[in-house]
Design a protein around this ligand. Structure first.
Ligand SMILES: [Mg+2]
Ligand SMILES: [Zn+2]
Length: 194
């Protein structure tokens, strides 16, 4: 089986406004640029895989059925715009990123390895886009190229990363610029990003 390249995408602050712990799709405001970004990445042959920490479930702010329904509608919005997502992988546990209590919280690589197994992804030829230090660290942990976006918590993340010496390969104003950079970096298709 040919392994596909993927772009892993954080959800809150990257694809949609970070509004805390949305329990209902009506509270989710997807950035219009996110549809175009995913459409371009898909057209170039990348799988688009969302990896998100939904601690609100572990903390009891909403239930598994509500999160499933929210993600069903989230995926439907992208599909309707010709930008189908290949998967949405969530860590539902309550633990803080600083001391994860599970193997699936970013920056631990669990969700990335699971997606790679299930979807046949070439992690070394893949990218990770997110707005927090854990997203950059997760990208590095799975062997992908990490890209920071300045939406969401991105500006604070840039400062924190600078201080810690952990560097994203690129810092983009937002999801569409991140996609453009990936497309330029990832050409020609089929092999490593660099
Ligand atoms: Mg985020
Ligand atoms: Zn978890």
């Amino acid at each position: 089986m040919t392994m596909r390249r993927a772009v892993f995408l954080d959800r809150d602050g990257t694809l949609n406004e970070d509004t805390g712990y949305p329990a209902d799709f009506r509270q989710v405001h997807i950035y219009p640029a996110a549809f175009e970004a995913v459409r371009l990445l898909k057209r170039a042959g990348f799988a688009a895989v969302v990896v998100t920490h939904q601690a609100g479930l572990g903390r009891g702010y909403f239930g598994a059925a509500e999160l499933d329904e929210l993600h069903r509608r989230f995926a439907e919005e992208f599909r309707r715009r010709g930008a189908g997502l290949d998967g949405i992988y969530s860590c539902p546990h309550a633990g803080e990123a600083a001391e994860p209590e599970c193997a699936c919280a970013k920056p631990l690589p669990g969700l990335g390895f699971q997606a790679a197994r299930e979807l046949g992804l070439d992690l070394g030829a893949s990218f990770m886009v997110g707005d927090k230090p854990v997203d950059v660290r997760f990208g590095l942990a799975i062997g992908a190229v990490p890209v920071l976006v300045l939406t969401g918590y991105g500006r604070a993340a840039a400062a924190a990363l600078e201080a810690s010496g952990v560097r994203p390969a690129h810092t983009a104003a937002g999801i569409l610029e991140a996609a453009s950079w990936i497309l330029a970096k990832g050409r020609p298709s089929g092999h490593g990003p660099v």
